[in-house]
Design a protein around this ligand. Structure first.
Ligand SMILES: Cc1ncc(COP(=O)(O)O)c(C=O)c1O
Length: 391
């Protein structure tokens, strides 16, 4: 212990709040008996191999002399992103004005509100449908914005209903986060609601950020659309290689949308230090230019999904939404999501309580189907040891 008084720290760092997955790992260490291996359905970190041609592109790109990369990325990367948007969504984007690479979308999510909210400005609110990816809230709070949570509901099929937000909130909104396909519920926003959201943004003068990290992981329901289909004005979309190409470790994605915001972000981001290393960019170019490997990724998740949907049905465990993404959103019969997750932790099976992911998540558990198929089978075998009412 130091004898000196510490320097000041941001109150958000001393308030004792724990990142949900840090808390989950702490509970795992407390509850999983020694010697029981962990099977981790907690974090959405795929255990699948990155396709070999992408790894080769990275290796071939590592230079003898390494220089600072440009925040705007190589023209070839922006062109590959725009070309993918054209093939995937039939959208015509200008790689110069509409596209900006990111070091994984997490940093872009976190820093987004910094570019929009200033101290004392009348628009200080970030609207976040919850349960949600926790970084929307954390980024908003550190930017000095006020989060406004809109709990999603089973009765709305877990889709965001903009009519549940009072006009008075829209008037002070700087940013609305949309996440479709949605983490943790796997719900896909319908086109009519998407259109309505974009109309509201234009009418009230706020930004909509559409986080489409799971856009390529779809199943029976067919490929989800993009919010950018309703026009670029007031809209920015976030796209990542992490899930579609099993590249979480590479940290690579891009933003695309309203040129006014892209231009502002081009000016904001160089001082943040989030330029993507050139050799990662070369791997990303290879990945965005290839459509053949994504169906293979989908097939892997489809097989795990089948396994769990059958097992849950056999047990009478109800899954809601879960049309896309690699998440299953499961209702806990007695409503005690934390208790359910703890009973699984005793078997070494890690899942996430819905209540860890924000208001509206209580009574549900998120299963990230990221362990290997063999581990999934092992987890299902372990469920046989669940005690009492949970069997
Ligand atoms: C909804 C959502 N958005 C964004 C991300 C961040 O992805 P990445 O930073 O790997 O692009 C994640 C990661 O799990 C996520 O679930």
């Amino acid at each position: 212990m130091s004898a000196h008084e510490s320097g000041p720290l941001h109150p958000l760092l001393t308030a004792g709040a724990e990142y949900p997955f840090v808390k989950l790992e702490r509970r795992r260490r407390e509850l999983t008996p020694e010697g029981v291996t962990r099977i981790d359905f907690g974090m959405g970190d795929p255990r699948e191999q990155t396709p070999a041609f992408i790894r080769e592109a990275l290796k071939a790109a590592v230079p003898a002399v390494s220089s600072y990369p440009a925040t705007v990325g190589k023209p070839e990367l922006r062109a590959a992103c725009a070309a993918w948007m054209k093939r995937r969504y039939a959208l015509d984007l200008d790689p110069e004005r509409h596209v900006l690479p990111v070091n994984g979308t997490k940093e872009a999510v976190y820093t987004m509100a910094f570019a929009m909210v200033s101290p004392g400005a009348p628009r200080d609110t970030v609207v976040i449908p919850t349960p949600a990816y926790p970084v929307y809230e954390n980024g908003a709070r550190f930017a000095g914005a006020t989060p406004h949570f809109v709990p999603l509901r089973s009765a709305d099929s877990w889709r965001f209903n903009p009519e549940r937000v009072p006009e008075e909130v829209w008037r002070r909104t700087a940013l609305l986060w949309i996440n479709s396909p949605h983490n943790p519920t796997g719900a896909v926003l319908d086109a009519a609601t998407g259109k309505r959201v974009v109309e509201l943004a234009r009418r009230h003068g706020f930004w909509v950020a559409s986080d489409e990290a799971y856009g390529d992981l779809w199943f029976e329901g067919g490929p989800p659309g993009t919010l950018l289909a309703h026009g670029l004005d007031n809209v920015i979309g976030l796209f990542t290689l992490s899930k579609r190409s099993a590249m979480t470790g590479y940290r690579s994605g891009f933003m695309a949308g309203d040129p006014r915001l892209i231009d502002a972000l081009r000016r904001f981001r160089p001082s943040v230090g989030v330029a993507t290393p050139d050799f990662i960019q070369d791997a990303a170019i290879a990945a965005w230019n290839d459509d053949a490997h994504t169906p293979a990724q989908r097939d892997i998740y489809a097989a795990k999904r089948r396994l769990f949907l059958d097992e849950f049905a056999r047990r009478g465990w109800k899954v809601e939404a879960s049309e896309a993404t690699f998440y299953l959103w499961m209702r806990v019969a007695d409503g005690d999501d934390v208790g359910f997750v703890e009973s699984l932790l005793r078997l070494g099976v890690v899942t996430t309580p819905g209540s860890y992911l924000g208001p509206g998540g209580e009574g549900f558990v998120r299963w990230a189907l990221v362990p290997t198929l063999e581990q999934c089978r092992e987890a299902i075998a372990r469920l046989g040891q669940l005690a009492g009412a949970r069997t």
